[in-house]
Write a protein that binds this ligand. Structure first.
Ligand SMILES: [Zn+2]
Length: 189
């Protein structure tokens, strides 16, 4: 079995509120006993994370068949979250819903435009791509992605090798985020 993760991404947090919201959610998770406050080496690919607490099962579905193997990584820097090694087959415009294929049908030109914008978003926190169908300049985080979802955010709660998080748990985390939009990605390597 490889490593699997689930991440709740806040799409609206910025440099002014990401740290404070991360602290608020973490305090709640610790109070619930879902993770421990102290950090250890318990997350693949990250120096430190919060290991599962005594009541981790409060976060997961009833039919779990394994205990969490690793911990929670809290991201408070700009991060492009992916669901694994695969890239999306298409980007979908949030306004006109037209898909822009990201395969090599156009010699990869569309993918080139998107990946350049993703890099700019990562470097500066703002970038958009013009939708070929409706000509709107759509910010990178607002696109949706077919096949292999992506999420761009300044705040993410990434659980490594946990059973499936419940809808209720994800809603309770989102409720602590000042009404921000959130998205949920899962995947593995
Ligand atoms: Zn469009």
């Amino acid at each position: 079995m490889g490593d699997g993760f689930q991440v709740i991404v806040d799409l609206d947090a910025d440099e002014t509120d990401a740290e404070g919201l991360a602290r608020r959610v973490l305090e709640w998770l610790v109070a619930e006993g879902i993770v421990f406050a102290e950090r250890t080496r318990c997350v693949p690919g990250q120096p430190l994370g919060h290991p599962p607490g005594p009541h981790w099962e409060r976060a997961v579905t009833d039919d779990w068949d394994f205990a969490p193997q690793d911990g929670l990584a809290v991201h408070t820097r700009r991060t492009g979250f992916t669901s694994g090694a695969d890239m999306p087959g298409a980007a979908r415009c949030p306004l006109c819903h037209a898909p822009t294929p990201l395969d090599d049908t156009d010699d990869g030109a569309a993918w080139q435009r998107f990946s350049t914008a993703m890099r700019t978003w990562y470097d500066t926190g703002a970038a958009s791509v013009d939708c070929p169908a409706c000509a709107t300049a759509v910010p990178v985080p607002d696109w949706t992605w077919d096949e292999a979802p992506l999420a761009f955010g300044r705040l993410g709660f990434e659980f490594w090798n946990w059973p499936e998080l419940t809808d209720d748990f994800r809603a309770r985390v989102s409720a602590l985020l000042d009404g921000h939009r959130t998205t949920y990605l899962w995947g593995g390597y």
